[in-house]
Design a protein around this ligand. Structure first.
Ligand SMILES: Cc1ncc(COP(=O)(O)O)c(C=O)c1O
Length: 493
């Protein structure tokens, strides 16, 4: 465990929110509150027969006994305090709409309308909502690509420094680390640099809620003093889907502003099972994170070596390789490069699901990404790699010449994304005639899944030519409204 020692085991063995809900559920209270199923009574029988009825007794609404997420004074407050102690931060706020809502909250908390913020072009789609809602000027960093590994990296210290030198007026820096593939950037150096220059650091650590609890994993944003950091507790730890946490550790941001914004963005009917699962996930990882993740890391290492030694057409990069490239790696994420099979990652993902009953979290043309979590076992990894071995023997695709490339398409932001997004002054023009206009929509070819155009950006000839070429090759362009991309939405003054 890294910095969590300032909380003690006796205290962390408690789960105040879960305990209150369990006590409430056992009393079989006559319900005259929402939701309408009344302790599960009217839940569809097919569902109830499978999952049982008791679970629905946790599905309550806000009343004094169970506390309010929006103004917590009882068990939710206690559970959030235990969370912040476990992670060694000043405050932790529970989220019931995942890290997506946390990302929006970070933008709105750190920046005022008109501020500028440095942000990677490869960030999760929820940051566009944060950019639009907050009215900031994004300063984009183009992430680096490794064409041997077919991988997009997180932003580096050098890229952030260069951006800060060029745009000293920026208020904040937004970093995603780890990436979907578990690649971690040098956050400690980035935070030190930013704080020396009075800049706020926001970290999307959706995939890193476990990092703080095991010394064999890279450092977490909470360990290096990021001002705000959001984690999907549901992704790697044992919280239910949508359960995330926003950690606050800042001298530069007002916590009351953060609380107000988080409250503004969240439902007034949070799912209490999700909230209780955050409480329990924290207890579990605090008490057992060291040994459970030691096991997961060991299993992942075994799987990685198995693929590298036994499956000639597939390859997993290692932590050492990442370190040689200046990054670190959360080894619990298994990225398997499949380009030598002649099949796409998406095709293999489908085969794994249909033929082998193995479901992955993500695949693209080049890679499979197997995400392991607190519940993963060595047996799971064995099933996975034996399936890959069998696919290697039984399926033979034609070698493809796909290359992961991010086009170097320079353009300027002439309007803030928010102004364009909220404007009715838009029209569609043919892509061929769009040069010189200001884009009013986002267009993202897959791969590489990085936007080529964002609302507010000037459309150049190179961008038009690139999009026309992509479309002619049947590359999917997220944002296109017709079968082929012919028109683009632009701003009209
Ligand atoms: C890097 C990153 N950030 C944010 C999110 C959104 O997280 P959530 O699903 O918890 O809303 C994801 C989801 O996959 C993600 O990969």
């Amino acid at each position: 465990m890294k910095k969590a020692l300032n909380s003690n085991i006796a205290k962390q063995s408690k789960a105040p929110l879960f305990d209150i809900l369990l006590d409430h559920a056992k009393r079989n209270v006559t319900s005259f509150h929402c939701p309408g199923h009344k302790n599960g009574r009217s839940i569809d029988e097919n569902l109830k027969n499978y999952v049982g009825e008791e679970v629905f007794k946790f599905d309550v609404t806000v009343f004094n006994e169970v506390d309010s997420l929006h103004d917590p004074v009882g068990p939710i407050k206690k559970a959030q305090e235990l969370m912040s102690e476990a992670y060694g931060v000043k405050h932790s706020l529970f989220l019931v709409n995942g890290t997506s809502v946390g990302n929006m909250a970070m933008f709105l908390s750190a920046c005022d309308s008109g501020d500028s913020i440095i942000v990677s072009r490869s960030s999760h789609k929820s940051i566009m909502a944060g950019i639009v809602m907050s009215g900031v000027w994004p300063i984009w960093i183009q992430p680096k690509v490794d064409q041997n590994l077919d991988l997009i990296f997180s932003v580096t210290y050098d890229q952030i420094k260069e951006a800060l030198d060029k745009y000293p007026e920026s208020k904040a820096v937004f970093v995603t680390s780890p990436t979907y593939n578990g690649v971690v950037t040098n956050l400690r150096k980035i935070v030190d640099l930013c704080h020396k220059r009075g800049k706020i650091v926001l970290v999307d650590e959706a995939h890193g809620a476990h990092l703080h609890f095991n010394d064999n994993l890279p450092e977490s944003a909470v360990d290096v003093g990021a001002d705000l950091c959001v984690q999907s507790t549901h992704k790697i730890l044992s919280a239910m889907s949508q359960g995330s946490v926003l950690h606050f550790n800042s001298k530069l941001i007002d916590i009351n502003r953060v609380k107000k914004i988080v409250s503004m963005l969240q439902t007034t009917s949070p799912n209490y099972l999700t909230l209780a699962s955050l409480d329990l996930a924290r207890r579990q990882v605090f008490l057992h994170g060291k040994e459970s993740f030691d096991k997961v890391i060991k299993a992942a290492r075994w799987g990685r070596m198995y693929v590298n030694n036994n499956i000639p057409s597939m390859r997993c990069f290692t932590r050492k390789e990442m370190q040689n490239l200046g990054f670190n790696l959360d080894e619990t994420k298994l990225t398997v490069n499949v380009t030598k099979t002649g099949l796409s990652g998406n095709e293999i993902e489908e085969i794994l699901a249909k033929e082998y009953n193995v479901q992955l979290d993500y695949a693209d043309l080049f890679n499979l990404v197997a995400i392991m979590g607190e519940g993963s076992t060595k047996e799971d990894v064995e099933i996975f790699v034996r399936a890959l071995e069998s696919i290697n023997k039984n399926y033979h695709g034609k070698q493809k010449n796909w290359v992961l490339k991010i086009p170097s398409l320079a353009t300027e932001m002439v309007m803030r994304p928010r102004e364009v997004f909220l404007s009715n002054n838009t029209k569609k023009v043919s892509l061929k005639k769009a040069v010189g206009h200001v884009a009013a929509q986002t267009l993202t070819p897959y791969p590489p899944g990085i936007p080529v155009l964002i609302p507010g950006e000037r459309i150049t000839k190179e961008i038009c030519d690139y999009l026309i070429e992509m479309s002619s090759k049947d590359i999917r362009i997220s944002g296109q409204e017709t079968e082929k991309l012919r028109m683009v939405k632009v701003f009209t003054n």
